[in-house]
Design a protein around this ligand. Structure first.
Ligand code: FAD
Length: 405
């Protein structure tokens, strides 16, 4: 059976689901495909995968009508952020009040974000969620894309959106290469409980082996941790039993949260920087990790993907109003031009951070201490960093911009 769509999105993760919601209530007929069912957020424990969500992404979720679905489940504000170098002598402190905001960012479990977005897109009659489903073939032809499913259905689309993550099959089907840099690091994630409350403060420590972040969860004594370390060190940490892991974690983080009391089962992810040589081709657009991955230290990876999603939707809806072909490469190139510079800048910044903060040379270590202290003392510089990292500055798509009344 052949079914025609305007847009077929492959990948119903956080970014693919955002593209679908952003096209909700439009004249476009949209299908969303994923090979797995929507993950249900755990009721008692926390999802090990969490994201620090910028204020721009928060605005996007509000404008998509998905924020209430997240807030109803579990979200945690970050009101302050304390960053220290490994030696502990350089430090910088950010406070949301300094930029007149109630929060610098929000910590939300990935499954909560995804569940709220999928719940929202079910309310749009022009969006069809076909999850879970298997894809057996993807072909890009002159007049559109053809996606063959494992249940006898064939979907024809004017535009195929690849939102299928870092190992994107859509990107491969389109023959688009990526430039990648293996960071030879892994990120270990876990949920911990501590003796003292986190007071809605995110803490990050730049160790010589890689950055360690403590992200505040909604329980006052619970944090999610992301510990990025060189592969050998990460494998060693991962293999420790809970008591030995807690001991290492305590040594690395110090006493600011008192004694670390419990740690959940851990998961580890290899880290790489990657960037697709092109985000678009005729009848094709890549978004999120399918187009780029960054180091998790700045908490920006999926936030870049959310801005891709909002920008692509804006470009497609503009083209629809002007009766242009949404699969035409010149239409899609506007999306690519808009996002590529921003994403590349973030890849470079996080790569540079890794060099500066993951380097044991005495001169580099002195420089980073001075850098953090000087930045901490210079209020305009600090405010600029805060506004930029929170997504309040920059060339934002309309859906991520606040409407001032
Ligand atoms: C340790 C760690 C910590 C991080 N912390 C942060 C953070 O604090 N803030 C932040 O902004 N980012 C963070 N990131 C990055 C963030 O997790 C990713 O950028 C984000 O998950 C990418 O979302 P996505 O929807 O593009 O891709 P994915 O989450 O990879 O989703 C892709 C979807 O496509 C589906 N799919 C794949 N192939 C197919 C196929 N053939 N057919 C059908 N469906 C398919 C998959 O099932 C999946 O649902 C972190 C990453 C790591 C590793």
């Amino acid at each position: 059976m052949k079914i025609s769509y305007d847009v077929v999105i492959v990948g119903g993760g956080m970014v693919g689901a955002s593209v679908a919601c952003a096209l909700g209530n439009s004249s476009l007929k949209v299908a969303l495909l994923d090979r797995v069912p929507v993950p249900a957020p755990p009721e008692k424990d926390y999802d090990l995968r969490v994201s620090a969500i910028t204020l721009a992404a928060h605005t996007l979720f509000e404008n998509l009508g998905a924020w209430s679905g997240m807030a109803r489940r579990r979200v945690s504000p970050v009101r302050e952020m304390r960053v220290r170098s490994g030696e502990g002598s350089g430090a910088i402190h950010f406070n949301a009040a300094e930029i007149g905001e109630p929060a610098l960012a929000w910590i939300i479990e990935n499954s909560v974000i995804q569940a709220a977005l999928i719940e929202r897109l079910h309310q749009f009659t022009n969006i069809h969620s076909l999850c879970p489903v298997g894809i057996t073939n993807i072909t890009l032809a002159d007049n559109g894309a053809v996606v063959t499913l494992n249940d006898e259905r064939t979907l024809m689309a004017k535009l195929l959106v690849g939102a299928d993550g870092a190992d994107s099959g859509v990107r491969r089907a389109a023959g688009i290469e990526t430039q990648s840099l293996d960071l030879h690091q892994k990120g270990i994630v876990a949920t911990i409980t501590t003796e003292k409350p986190h007071e809605a403060t995110a803490r990050q420590r730049f160790l010589a082996t890689g950055p360690l972040a403590f992200l505040p969860m909604d329980e006052p004594q619970t944090c999610s941790i992301v510990w990025s370390a060189d592969t050998a060190r990460a494998d060693q940490l991962f293999a420790l039993d809970d008591a030995a892991f807690i001991h290492e974690l305590q040594n690395a983080m110090g006493e600011s949260l008192g004694a670390i009391q419990t740690v959940s089962p851990r998961a580890a992810f290899p880290l790489a920087l990657s960037h697709a040589r092109a985000y678009t081709a005729p009848h094709l657009a890549l978004v999120g990790d399918a187009a780029h991955t960054v180091h998790p230290l700045a908490g920006q990876g999926v936030n870049l993907g959310f801005l891709d999603a909002a920008t692509l939707a804006e470009v497609l809806l503009d083209a629809t109003v002007k009766h242009k072909d949404i699969g035409a490469h010149e239409v899609l190139r506007r999306y690519e031009r808009w996002r590529k510079g921003n994403n590349l800048a973030m890849i470079s910044i996080t790569g540079g951070f890794k060099y500066l903060f993951g380097n044991d040379l005495p001169v580099v270590s002195q420089l980073r201490n001075w850098g953090l202290d000087l930045t901490n003392a210079a209020t305009p510089v600090k405010n600029f960093i805060m506004r930029r990292a929170s997504g309040l500055e920059g060339d934002l798509p309309k859906l991520a911009k606040r409407v001032w009344h």
